[in-house]
Design a protein around this ligand. Structure first.
Ligand code: C2E
Ligand code: MG
Ligand code: MG
Ligand code: MG
Length: 277
């Protein structure tokens, strides 16, 4: 019996692994032509000032519908794009599309609405990255101080080179935000050396906050760290009214989450959040 069970487990394991590898290969194959065939779309989710309840900006989030694979999650898509190097052209497309869209909305609304764009560590490691950001900023003619690049704590592995790179980006006039803060392993002493403007508290802490003293404590501590380092702080994954109000009372600056709005396609976003038609 034990032997049979062991054998079954073995088979289950390999077939799961095969499926995983197969799926990655499928995604990779489809990814190679997806930019040209215009299969990607950016959704936008509002970021709200907790003091005024007004929108101050939005985060762009990629969506991919593929005819063979259906909808692929951003996490899955980005991880394959990183492993294959496709993240470089894809990241360029994302940057250009988000900045073009934002520049248009800024003109139409006469508001300096901010755009937050997720940047993969693989993009940061590309020697051409800083120059390519500079070129897109100029092409699109957008005020760089309205552009926020979201990076993650995985940059901690590259320390000195990364600090230089981030300083070069700051010199272009853009802002930098540490995304998913609290889930990685950047040391606090290094955090101070990165030229950051804001921290985003990872949604895992925010989602469980109200009924969980430990997560509440973590959220409060991250806000205290942010204040200490003179950084703005954004909570992501704010799903309920209770969380939204609690975050305001403990000094969080901005909120992002389903409580305000899910990420929306561009045309819906501009209607609902920018009152543009
Ligand atoms: P992220 O940058 O931390 O983005 C926040 C994620 O939380 C998004 O997931 C968003 O849809 C989701 N979210 C927003 N509000 C709520 C809420 O109230 N509750 C819950 N449970 N979730 C909420 P999404 O769109 O699936 O993206 C997942 C991750 O994929 C992103 O996490 C980011 O790391 C990556 N990603 C997405 N778009 C891009 C992109 O254009 N470039 C890069 N490099 N990565 C991207
Ligand atoms: Mg993000
Ligand atoms: Mg995040
Ligand atoms: Mg995330």
């Amino acid at each position: 019996y034990v032997k049979a069970k062991g054998k079954n487990n073995y088979h289950l394991f390999t077939s799961e692994m095969q499926q995983h590898v197969f799926r990655k290969m499928m995604i990779e194959k489809q990814l190679r032509t997806a930019i040209e065939s215009d299969e990607f779309e950016l959704y936008y989710q509002p970021i709200i000032d907790l003091k005024t309840n007004e929108i101050i900006g939005m985060e762009s989030l990629i969506r991919w519908d593929n005819k063979v694979l259906g909808r692929v999650t951003p996490d899955e898509l980005i991880s394959v794009a990183e492993d294959t190097g496709i993240i470089i052209p894809l990241g360029q497309w994302i940057l250009k599309t988000a900045l073009k869209q934002t520049a248009e909305w800024q003109k139409q609304s006469h508001k300096q609405i901010m755009i937050s764009i997720n940047i993969s560590v693989k993009q940061l490691l590309d020697p051409m990255f800083v120059e390519s950001v500079k070129v897109v900023l100029e092409d699109v003619t957008i005020d760089p101080s309205t552009v926020v690049l979201e990076i993650t704590e995985s940059i901690a592995m590259y320390r000195e080179t990364m600090i230089e790179k981030l300083n070069a980006l700051k010199n272009l006039g853009v802002r930098l935000s540490m995304d998913d803060f609290g889930t990685g392993y950047s040391s606090l002493s290094y955090l101070n050396k990165y030229p950051l403007d804001s921290l985003k508290i990872d949604k895992s802490f925010v989602l469980e906050m109200i009924h969980d003293a430990e997560n509440k404590g973590i959220v409060k501590t991250i806000i205290a760290i942010a204040k200490e380092l003179n950084l703005k702080v954004i909570a992501e994954g704010v799903e309920g009214q209770e969380e939204y109000h609690f975050l305001n009372t403990i000094g969080c600056d901005y909120a992002q989450g389903y409580y305000s709005s899910p990420p929306l396609p561009a045309n819906e976003f501009k209607e609902k959040w920018l009152q543009l038609i």
